[in-house]
Design a protein around this ligand. Structure first.
Ligand code: PLP
Length: 379
């Protein structure tokens, strides 16, 4: 194992060893869990200028810091802060950059609870204004911008339809107007997309999905540079949403296998997406990893790979689409993704849009399940 941090250069090095301070931890090959709420200050240090790094657990914790150091390095950011959920991270990133009377421009296909936070909390209760756009072209961002716009909120690829925003173009426009950019980078993970290097100010993730990776924790993270991260830290310390040490330890464990898990998800999702596209009952597949994706060129420019949530439109009515989902045996119905298990969402209202997460089960088993249910549509 490397002794100097300068020897840690690649993403895989970071996943494995950055922040694992073996000597400090008595040689423990995995960083231990600091399950304490408090670090006391030796009396001789009471009068000294720089206080201890760790003091109270709502502010910071050594186990949580290990995870944060790895995330900051992966995102090529100066600092990362971990939160008790993805929503705690998203709301903190927003709260750190807005005040009453400000205006936010927001991608309308982003994760629904984020939209609810902006609409039902910030706008309805605290006097913010928001404009919702598809985010597909830069003109839309320009047209939506007002004198009081302070934040552009991106999610690329977005939830359910997996559409992309041009991160470099949007961040350039934002910088020219003094606007802060925040992106939900959960789908791509910091391994496949590094928004900070493209000029975005803050990158947020749910850690409950791929980064945790085992459907056993709820967590989130914000990464970015100073002085913005100090503002995010202030929000975390006051609102109290820090990630707890046990969950941080599990998140760090998840990171160790993130790269190999993503390779497997990407491979299986590619196979499933191409076969879905060729099936007569499927009208359209929404997956940035397909050559037919309308923003494929942009996807290749700003992402290093594709992960596995994808969606498709069925050629049938809503009732038949719901029956299609009910017949599946290997896809669980549930509002999450990023774990070992394949998941499916139930099409709502008049929709025939089905979202799936292609898990790590045998891909032929998964495809046989999808195909046999597709073949039964209309029978
Ligand atoms: C699940 C999810 C979130 C919220 O994360 P939690 O950890 O559940 O709070 C945010 N963004 C996206 C894209 C998600 O899928």
């Amino acid at each position: 194992m490397p002794h100097e941090e300068s020897q840690i250069t690649t993403d895989l090095d970071i996943l494995a060893h950055l922040g694992d301070e073996y000597e400090l931890y008595q040689g423990a090959v995995i960083p231990p869990i600091f399950m304490n709420s408090l670090h006391v200050t030796p009396k001789r240090d009471i009068d000294c200028e720089s206080p201890r790094k760790y003091s109270y657990g709502r502010d910071s914790n050594p186990t949580t810091s290990v995870f944060e150091r790895k995330l900051a390095a992966l995102e090529r950011a100066e600092r990362a802060l971990a939160f008790a959920s993805g929503m705690a991270a998203i709301s903190a990133a927003l709260l750190a950059n807005i005040k009453a009377g400000d205006h936010i421009v927001f991608v309308d296909t982003a994760y629904v609870p984020t939209r609810m936070f902006i609409q039902d909390e910030l706008c309805a209760k605290f006097g913010l204004e928001a404009t919702f756009i598809t985010g597909d072209n830069i003109k839309e961002w320009e047209d939506a911008t007002r004198a009081n716009t302070t934040v552009y909120y991106l999610e690329s690829p977005s939830s359910s339809v997996f559409s992309l925003q041009d991160l470099r173009a949007v961040s350039q426009l934002a910088k020219s107007r003094g606007i802060i950019t925040i992106i939900d980078n959960s789908w791509a993970t910091p391994l496949y997309q590094k928004p900070i290097t493209l000029g975005i100010d803050l990158s947020v993730h749910t850690v409950s999905k791929y980064i945790g990776g085992h459907s056993d924790i709820i967590a989130g993270v914000v990464a970015g540079n100073e002085p913005l991260m100090s503002k995010v830290h202030q929000i975390r310390a006051i609102y109290g949403g820090i990630l707890q040490p046990m969950e941080a330890w599990l998140a760090t464990r998840g990171l160790r296998s993130l790269a190999v898990r993503l390779q497997a998800h990407e491979k299986s999702a590619g196979i499933v997406a191409r076969r879905l596209e060729a099936h007569r009952r499927v009208l359209k597949v929404n997956y940035p990893g397909l050559d037919s994706h309308p923003q494929r060129e942009l996807a290749l420019r700003q992402m290093k790979g594709a992960t596995s949530p994808l969606s498709f439109e069925l050629d049938c009515d809503n009732t038949s689409a719901r029956q299609f989902v009910k017949r599946l045996e290997w896809f669980n119905v549930g509002p999450s993704w990023g774990g070992f298990e394949s998941m499916v969402s139930v099409p709502r209202d008049q929709s025939t849009l089905v979202r799936i997460h292609v898990g790590l089960e045998d891909v032929e088993t998964l495809w046989n399940d999808l195909e046999s249910s597709l073949d039964k549509i209309g029978e």
